[in-house]
Structures are given as structure tokens and as C-alpha cells.
Design a protein around this ligand. Structure first.
Ligand SMILES: C[S@@+](CC[C@H](N)C(=O)[O-])C[C@H]1O[C@@H](n2cnc3c(N)ncnc32)[C@H](O)[C@@H]1O
Length: 217
């Protein structure tokens, strides 16, 4: 099945609201737990496409000394993230910024960790993500990037949606389906890493619907 793009920036109220209300707790907490298990000494982390900031909040709560810069191109997502960060009392650890990738307004090589969940499938040109990671991560920085795996067929995508989000809001289910169709296969991700001269990073399938790229720059 070929990749079908979905809208890049999530800036419609109903999509942002459905996404912010959805329960991603187990997947997001596992992402944070695995990150910390592998890279326990992170100090200055960048989260690309942070959405409603559930992952940065969990990371801040798990590592009280970490500082996180979390960016998203969507004004509405950043507004939602600001409310969540304030509610979690994590303002002292998390800076939120509306910013578009590529061309993020940061000096080169300043972060010791770059994380992201579910941004790659939004990008028309996936190379943009890997090039920005190379530019912004200091030498030795930890990279921890997760996204969806594109299934073989629309039928398989529908099956995955029903299996994991049966009782979620219809808008969220439709977004999930479209995201699966816009996602990359593991082979495509490996090819992107090769092209970006990042083959030293490890790319693996970590569930029936997710891949993870991790390693050190
Ligand atoms: C599916 S959400 C993932 C949110 C969050 N990382 C999470 O795990 O819940 C993807 C986010 O990436 C943002 N995004 C897409 N393209 C972007 C770009 N080029 N620059 C910055 N943010 C982008 C979207 O606006 C959206 O909020």
C-alpha cells in the first residue's frame, strides 16, 4: 500500500480537542520509561511536534532536573499544551513554543536529547526531521523517535483502529486511520536514516503498530 498524506499541521479545533482528550497513557508512559532507562542523565531535551505535551509532562515528572523545550507548529496544540503543563505544574521544566520544522529558531548542537512521537508521518518530506535532528543535537546526544508503522492494506489499518481505539471519539478514530495510511514502513525509515547519514541509529519495530529510532549522535 502506498503512503497517503494527511494534513501536516493539526490546527482544527475538533482534531486538537479529540487528540488532547484521548488516552495515550500506556504508550506514552512506556516511551518515557524506555527513554529514561536508556538515557538517565538527560538535561536539555527537545521534543519535536509535542502536541498536547503529554510526553514532556511525563518526562518532567520522571526526571525532576530535566529541562524540555517542546515545539509544535499548531497554535491550537500549543494552547492545549500550555493548559496541560500549567495543570501539571511543570512550567518550571517545560518551555512550549509554536515553531515549524524545518528552520527551528535554535542555535545548532545545543540539545543533549531529541525526542519525538508521531511527527514523521505528518511530514511531506521526511528528511526534514532527520536533518533537523543532526543540526540541533550535540555530539553524543540521545535520539529517541517513535511513530506508526504503515500497515499493508486499508483493511489492516481499519483492524488496528478498531483494536486499539474502539471506544474513542470518531474524530480520533478517523485521524488514527489517516495517520496509519500516512505512516512509513520500517524499511522506508531505514532508507531515510541511510540518506541522512544516520545509519548508526537503531531502527526497530517495537509493537504491531510502532517503530522506534534510537541511539547516540
Ligand atoms: C500526531 S501529533 C503527535 C503529538 C505528540 N507528539 C504526541 O505524542 O501526542 C503530531 C504533531 O506534529 C505537529 N506537526 C506536524 N508537522 C509539523 C512541523 N513541520 N513542524 C512542527 N510541528 C509539526 C502537528 O501539528 C501535531 O500536533
Amino acid at each position: 500500500m502506498q503512503r497517503t498524506l494527511e494534513p501536516e499541521i493539526m490546527d482544527k479545533e475538533e482534531n486538537v480537542s479529540a487528540y488532547a482528550k484521548a488516552d495515550f497513557s500506556s504508550v506514552n508512559q512506556k516511551f518515557v520509561d524506555d527513554l529514561i532507562k536508556n538515557y538517565p542523565n538527560l538535561k536539555n531535551v527537545l521534543d519535536l511536534g509535542c502536541g498536547p505535551a503529554d510526553i514532556p509532562i511525563r518526562l518532567a515528572q520522571s526526571l525532576p532536573k530535566v529541562h524540555i523545550t517542546a515545539i509544535d507548529a499548531s497554535k491550537k496544540m500549543i494552547e492545549s499544551a500550555k493548559q496541560a503543563v500549567t495543570k501539571a505544574r511543570s512550567n518550571n521544566q517545560i518551555i512550549l513554543m509554536q515553531a515549524y520544522l524545518p528552520g527551528l529558531p535554535f542555535k545548532s548542537k545545543i540539545f543533549d536529547g531529541i525526542i519525538s512521537n508521531s511527527i514523521l508521518h505528518h511530514l511531506p518530506n521526511p528528511n526534514v526531521l532527520w536533518e533537523e535532528i543532526k543540526r540541533l543535537g550535540e555530539s553524543g546526544a540521545a535520539v529517541f523517535i517513535m511513530d506508526l508503522l504503515r500497515p499493508n492494506s486499508p483493511e489492516k489499518a481499519k483492524e488496528i483502529v478498531e483494536l486499539y481505539s474502539k471506544n474513542e471519539h470518531p474524530v480520533l478514530k478517523e485521524d488514527f486511520y489517516n495517520s496509519l495510511l500516512a505512516a512509513f514502513t520500517l524499511d522506508e525509515v531505514k532508507e531515510q536514516l541511510k540518506k541522512a547519514d544516520l545509519s548508526k541509529l537503531n531502527a526497530e519495530a517495537i509493537s504491531d503498530r510502532h517503530w522506534l529510532v534510537s541511539g547516540i549522535l
